[in-house]
Every structure is written in C-alpha cells, then in structure tokens.
Design a binder for this molecule. Structure first.
Ligand code: PEP
Length: 247
C-alpha cells in the first residue's frame, strides 16, 4: 500500500505562506515511488497552491465542505468548489470541527457522500478524548465514529481514515507506537469486515503531534499507512523531513 503524508494547515496561511508550498514542490519534485504528499491549506490558498504544485507530485486538498454542491448556505464551501479549485482530497470530521462546530458523525457521513459525488477522496478523522481513553472506551469510541461517519457507498470508492487521538493533537503528546498500533489494527479489522477489499486498501493515517523526530518510528508501526500532520506541516523543512522519513 502507498504511504500518504498529508499536511493540515488548519486556519493558518496567507499569500506569503505560499513560499512554503513552493519549497515543498521543489523538495518533492516528481515524487518517490510508494509515497504520496498532500497539503491542505485554507480554501483561500488552494487555487494558488495548485498552480505552484502543478507538474510536481505534491497534491493539494481542502478542509471540510458542505454536504450540498451549491445553494443558499452563506459562508460554506462545497466539494464541487474545492474540486474546481484543484483539490484532490477533503479532510472531514476533524476533532476541531466536531468540538468547535458540534459536527456529528451523521453529518460527516453526508459530506463524505458529497466528496464521493465530486470525485474527490475524503480523509475521515476519528479519535478519542483523554477521558474516553482513561475510561477504557478508546476502541468503542473510535470504531463508533468510524461506523457512523462512513457511508456504505465507501465500499467501491477510495477513501482515507485518519486516527487522531484528541489528546495528542497540537499538544506535543504523541501516542506511543503500541497505542497507535492497537487502534490502527482495530480500525483495519473493522474496515475489512465492513468494506472488503476497499476496507483493506484504504490508507489509515496517524495524526497527533507527528514531527520529524518521531515520524520514522510512527510510520514503522503496523497498519500505519501515513500521517496527518498539523503544526509540523506549516514549514516546508519539517514537512519534507517527515516525507523523507516515509521513504
Ligand atoms: C491535526 O490537526 O490533524 C494534527 C495532527 O495536528 P498536530 O500535528 O499539530 O498535532
């Protein structure tokens, strides 16, 4: 299976930050066998980033979308619009969306369908809180979100799952390889049972304080097929170092 190194810029980045995209394009060039690279900047930078990345192996994605393709939804962006801007993937169900906007898995499932309809690849984020983990509920919570966020239509589509323990996002506390391996194994089992071949071949990314210093160890864990990287994806040098660690 190919490895996917994906960066989530969240609500960071002005036009001046495109120099980082250019440096990533220069570093990645035509890319390497078996490793894909993706940056998801804010929607305002997608078209410009796509222009810079054209001709390179760096792909550009979006963050979140509405479940509809167009209409009276002030302030929302659709999967069709992100596709039009040149996005290849869309991050959905990030814990910051679930927490800040009260997004529920049922809504995320509708957005996944919109992403499929637009012909793009969803990256569906799931993960437990610290209190879930301390209560021994990690697997129950994570697999519950997985089941409720993915529609049955995923069985013949390309999709990506990102396991992101909430307590590890932006905190500097990375899950241990054993903790990561345990959850990824459970996710892989659930995906294979529900979706067959599509479930066996969907990349499962780890996200949560991944950085150049821990990337190689995390990416070596069984059933880890890449990373979703927040803070360390903002600087080309760090993102490229993680990309190199995946080779
Ligand atoms: C994320 O937001 O998806 C993430 C993993 O952030 P960070 O790498 O900063 O923890």
């Amino acid at each position: 299976m190919r490895t996917l190194i994906a960066g989530n810029w969240k609500m960071n980045g002005l036009k001046a930050s495109l120099v980082e995209i250019q440096a990533m394009v220069d570093g990645i060039g035509e890319g390497k066998a078996e490793v894909d690279a993706l940056i998801c900047p804010p929607a305002t930078l997608i078209a410009a980033a796509v222009d810079l990345a054209s001709g390179s192996a760096l792909q550009i994605g979006g963050q979140n979308c509405h479940a509809g393709m167009s209409g009276a939804h002030t302030g929302d962006v659709s999967a069709a619009m992100l596709k039009d801007a040149g996005a290849s993937h869309i991050i959905l169900g990030h814990s910051e969306r679930r927490t800040d906007h009260g997004e529920l898995s049922a809504e995320i499932k509708d957005r996944v369908l919109a992403v499929f309809d637009a012909g793009l690849t969803p990256i569906v984020c799931i993960g437990e809180s610290l209190s879930d983990r301390e209560a021994g509920l990690t697997e129950k919570v994570v697999l519950g979100q997985l089941e409720a966020s993915l529609p049955r239509e995923a069985a013949d589509k390309s999709f990506v799952v990102a396991y992101e323990p909430i307590w590890a996002i932006g905190t500097g506390h990375t899950a241990t390889p054993d903790q990561i391996g345990e959850v990824h194994k459970a996710i892989r089992g659930a995906l294979a049972t529900r979706f067959g071949e599509a479930g066996k071949s969907a990349p499962i990314l780890y996200g949560g304080s991944m950085k150049p210093g821990n990337a190689a160890e995390i990416l070596a864990v069984e059933d880890v097929n890449g990373g979703l990287i927040g803070g360390a994806s903002l600087k080309a040098a760090d993102f490229l170092a993680i990309y190199e660690a995946a080779l």
